[in-house]
Write a protein that binds this ligand. Structure first.
Ligand SMILES: NC(=O)c1ccc[n+]([C@@H]2O[C@H](COP(=O)([O-])OP(=O)(O)OC[C@H]3O[C@@H](n4cnc5c(N)ncnc54)[C@H](O)[C@@H]3O)[C@@H](O)[C@H]2O)c1
Length: 354
């Protein structure tokens, strides 16, 4: 078992939040506001507070706003307009329901000057067309945007992408992805369909592994008018794949199996493990050719994806690095979402170029 020890600094942050909060405050004096204190907003607030960057929360719902004031010692406003100009935030994190992403981005950029970056929860917007509008708007303001495809920040993802893209295991032949869990019906309204909710994470990973022309065919089943489970077949010139997304699964599964020309990868995104099995041809003493699993190796990585995402956002605000998931990544992903939707509607494969 190979232990990858590159996340020591992350552990330090987790273990010594107060010390690190001080270090961040002293060194960077970064101020971030959080817009939306719901399910995802609460998770962001926890990390922002640990990092010492949480300056204010904007939450229109009275009950959630009271919860926010009880949980954190920062001002809570009911709207962006109510926030005083003197607050002068460096960054804003938007965690409102997807259908409001576009209007909140526009309102934010027209109301607050001096912003150095936005972390916009995934997906960019409800549709590809709306996503293009968000892209146009933020490009007009020249502000970097980090899209919250959080799985890309899972260290196990960056590790296996690096390994596969190194070329030493041969080309990818088959991709099999499953992302399954259960979501209560009352949350469906905030989350859009399963493609935008769960799929965006895997579509982003896919675009980091393959490129060119692909054909997409999707089937799906609905609950309360929301696409709740989808099977997506992907075909390129010399590879194919299947992605199973479900919000109707008893349990939680996040797995990727990649069959490359020389090896097979089994990746467990929750356990953060990668198992690599070599594919070899051996002639037995009876003269038969078998294809056994050759010597393999296992890799274990550590790291909290949400914290990694926030650290990348902090670096972006300080111009130390670019967002790992920029607007172009978000648009590519929405192209796949749109192709899946069209395939569902027309019941035929849809060709796109990545
Ligand atoms: N990255 C992930 O893995 C992940 C997971 C869950 C949700 N999300 C995303 O986070 C976003 C929010 O989802 P959620 O589950 O937290 O929803 P939620 O409904 O639990 O919370 C949204 C909050 O935003 C508030 N809100 C609504 N309009 C607002 C506005 N104009 N200004 C400020 N606040 C406003 C609501 O009152 C609510 O408290 C969605 O886009 C969703 O796709 C991402």
């Amino acid at each position: 078992m190979i232990e990858i020890d590159q996340y020591n600094s992350i552990f330090m942050l987790k273990l010594y939040p107060t010390v690190n909060k001080l270090i961040f405050n002293i060194c960077f004096v970064v101020k971030e506001i959080l817009i939306g204190y719901g399910n995802m907003g609460r998770l962001h607030a926890r990390v922002m507070n640990k990092l010492g960057v949480l300056a204010a929360i904007i939450e229109p719902d009275k009950k959630s706003a009271i919860n926010a004031s009880e949980d954190y010692d920062v001002p809570v406003y009911s709207s962006i307009e109510e926030m005083p100009d003197s607050l002068n935030p460096d960054g804003a994190i938007i965690a409102v329901p997807t259908k409001y992403h576009k209007s909140v981005v526009e309102n934010l950029l027209t109301s607050i000057s001096g912003l150095k970056g936005i972390l916009l929860e995934k997906p960019i917007a409800s549709t590809l067309d709306e996503s293009y509008e968000v892209q146009k708007f933020i490009e007009k303001y020249g502000i970097p945007i980090l899209v919250g495809h959080i799985e890309v920040f899972n260290p196990v993802v960056s590790k296996f992408i690096e390994l596969v893209n190194s070329g030493q295991f041969g080309k990818i032949r088959t991709i099999s992805i499953s992302r399954k869990g259960a979501v209560p019906v009352e949350r469906l309204n905030s989350l859009s369909g399963v493609l935008e909710d769960l799929g965006v994470h895997d579509f982003d990973i896919l675009t980091r592994l393959i490129s060119g022309n692909i054909s997409i065919y999707s089937t799906g089943i609905y609950k309360n008018n929301s696409l709740n489970s989808a099977l997506i077949s992907v075909k390129g010139s010399d590879f194919h794949g299947i992605i199973h997304l479900s919000r109707e699964f008893a349990g939680k599964e996040r797995k990727i199996v990649l069959e490359c020309e020389k090896s097979t990868f089994h990746i467990d995104l929750i356990a953060q493990t990668i198992e690599i099995r070599a594919l070899g041809n051996i002639t037995s003493d009876k003269g038969m050719i078998s294809i056994p699993h050759g010597p393999g190796s296992s890799i274990k990585v550590y790291g909290e994806p949400l914290l990694e995402e926030h650290l990348n956002f902090l670096d972006t605000l300080q111009s130390k690095s670019k967002p790992l998931v920029g607007i172009a990544n978000g648009i590519k992903v929405m192209k796949i979402v749109e192709a899946c939707k069209q395939s569902l509607e027309k019941n035929c494969p849809i060709e796109i170029s990545l």
